[in-house]
Design a protein around this ligand. Structure first.
Ligand SMILES: Cc1cc2nc3c(=O)[nH]c(=O)nc-3n(C[C@H](O)[C@H](O)[C@H](O)COP(=O)(O)OP(=O)(O)OC[C@H]3O[C@@H](n4cnc5c(N)ncnc54)[C@H](O)[C@@H]3O)c2cc1C
Length: 482
């Protein structure tokens, strides 16, 4: 919008921009920590080119191998970009699954492409998909995976992406969509691939900020918006900040929709939007545990603390779909998982700039630790959850507890207070049928001049840029039609 000649100002509550896509340097001395999001896939390649983000410092590289699961019987499964290596790894369990994985990748690539092509839609509609596709998306991630492969650990690795951020288990309807959403990206031109961003996820936000300011946009930090100001006719006319009221022809919010309409907007919201805000499912089950390590995890099944291929992959611990379903059921019935979903990332073996020499960061994403657990969250419960996660990982890498030099635990309440993620939900609300496409919040809101540009709008969460691109396009069309 700045490039189109308009006056643009961004107001961020925190001392740094980026929301949940930040690289924070003040967590521990000498470390740069992607405190929330950590891997990139869905970032719109069109946006990267259009805004020249590479010239503004964005650089990413493929996460390869992409998935590793150690097992307690000493075996393990490591998958990556090399089909021959994958075939060897899978054949050690069940040779029939080599072709099964090919079939799965072919089908999920088609699904991912279909989703990607819909992410820029101005008027998103779920019925743009054929009935077979809709059935898969409304079904469970387990059903989709089990159609193609039979090895439990392979099934668990594949189904995992259907659960990220979601307070459901792999056998629950709708997780098919979450799985496809995570395979919709085409970073570096490869459908479904994921990448590490050099310098951590904050480099995406920094590149966007640099491109914006180069075109004249102004960015104000530690500048919370306390009110969206409406006129007597109900239209948004500006925002209230520590600088006073800033008037604008359009107000664009990427805060959670409930924050936007129920906390900030100074007018009452009418039905049916009010009902939708109240019914919006936004209870987050995800906990982020960031560890600073003195050495790499030494896995019993693939020994060594020297950097090896499995250290570059997402590390999972689930041996089967049933394990993950139980993790969810435990939380639903007892408040948290006894044996949680755990996925970990070590970016430092491929980007040493993020830690002091010889040191590493293990970023752990775990579920299910729901925001609304019975009895609420206390510091003790947070630390107990972190201890339990470390103890589980230590079954596979016994040196881990002794290698930890610092730790940061961000349970759902900390995700809420630190990043403004209401309910601790990493995507501003579930990405499930009933909350996607026409059922997500519209970019153009019922309040004239007020628009949404964050994850509450289509196509929802992940570091993608799509909601912002759609918002800019809508505003330009509404306000300055050609
Ligand atoms: C732990 C975790 C792990 C994740 N992992 C990944 C991942 O690996 N890859 C991926 O693609 N996605 C991941 N995500 C999701 C992704 O980070 C989010 O979907 C994405 O950041 C959403 O961007 P957004 O612009 O919608 O909102 P946010 O990132 O939530 O940003 C909203 C911003 O608004 C600010 N704000 C709120 N209220 C006000 C106010 N009143 N005044 C001023 N500013 C305000 C907030 O401070 C924040 O900076 C993860 C998220 C979390 C929390």
């Amino acid at each position: 919008m700045a490039r189109a000649g308009h006056s643009v100002a961004v107001f961020e509550r925190r001392e740094r921009i980026g929301g949940a896509a930040v690289s924070e340097t003040d967590v521990w001395p000498g470390y740069t920590v992607s405190t929330a999001s950590y891997v990139c896939s869905l970032l719109d390649p069109w946006l990267v080119e259009e805004l020249g983000l590479r010239a503004h410092g964005l650089s990413y590289y493929r996460k390869d191998p992409y998935a590793f699961t150690p097992l307690q019987d000493g075996r393990s499964l490591l998958l990556g970009a090399d089909p021959a290596s994958n075939a060897r790894e899978i054949a050690a369990f069940d040779a029939r699954d080599v072709a099964g994985l090919d079939g799965y990748v072919e089908r999920t690539n088609r699904l991912g492409r279909a989703l990607f092509d819909s992410f820029s839609d101005d008027e998103p509609r779920f019925d743009r998909f054929d009935s077979d596709t809709r059935a898969i998306l409304c079904g469970s991630a387990a059903e989709l995976v089990e159609r193609y492969v039979a090895t439990p650990v392979l099934q668990a690795e594949l189904v995992n992406d259907g659960l990220i951020g979601t307070y459901l288990g792999p056998r629950d309807p709708g997780t098919g969509y979450v799985l496809a959403h995570h395979l919709a990206g085409r970073v570096l031109g490869v459908q479904g691939a994921w990448a590490f961003v050099r310098g951590g996820m904050g480099s995406v936000s920094q590149a966007l900020a640099s491109a914006a300011t180069a075109h004249g946009a102004e960015i104000f930090r530690e500048a919370a918006v306390t009110r969206i100001v409406t006129d007597h006719d109900g239209a948004a006319r500006g925002i209230d900040t520590k600088f006073g009221v800033v008037r604008a022809s359009a107000v664009v919010s990427n805060a959670h929709p409930r924050t936007t309409f129920l906390e900030l907007l100074d007018a009452d919201v009418e039905r049916p939007l009010r009902d939708k805000l109240q019914a919006w499912r936004s209870v987050g089950p995800s906990l982020k545990l960031n560890l600073a390590l003195g050495e790499l995890p030494n896995f019993t099944c693939r020994p060594g603390t020297n950097s090896q291929p499995h250290h570059h992959a997402t590390i999972h611990v689930a041996p089967s779909i049933d394990y993950l379903q139980k993790a969810y059921e435990d939380a639903r019935t007892g408040g948290e998982s006894e044996e949680p979903l755990i996925e970990c990332f070590l970016q430092t073996p491929t980007d040493a700039s993020l830690a002091p020499p010889g040191k590493h960061i293990l970023a752990i994403f775990a579920q299910y630790f729901p925001y609304d657990r019975p009895g609420g969250w206390t510091e003790k419960k947070r630390e107990t959850a972190a201890d339990a996660i470390v103890a589980i990982l230590a079954r596979y890498a016994p040196n881990l507890p002794g290698a930890i030099e610092h730790r940061q635990v961000l349970a759902p309440p900390e995700l809420e207070s630190r990043f403004g993620l209401l309910g601790g939900h990493i995507f501003h609300g579930e990405l499930l049928p009933g909350q996607i496409y026409e059922d997500r919040f519209a970019t153009r809101t019922p309040v004239r001049n007020l628009y949404l540009c964050g994850s509450g709008a289509h196509p929802g969460g992940c570091v993608s840029g799509f909601p912002g691109k759609r918002a800019a396009r809508t505003i330009l069309r509404d306000k300055w039609p050609r």
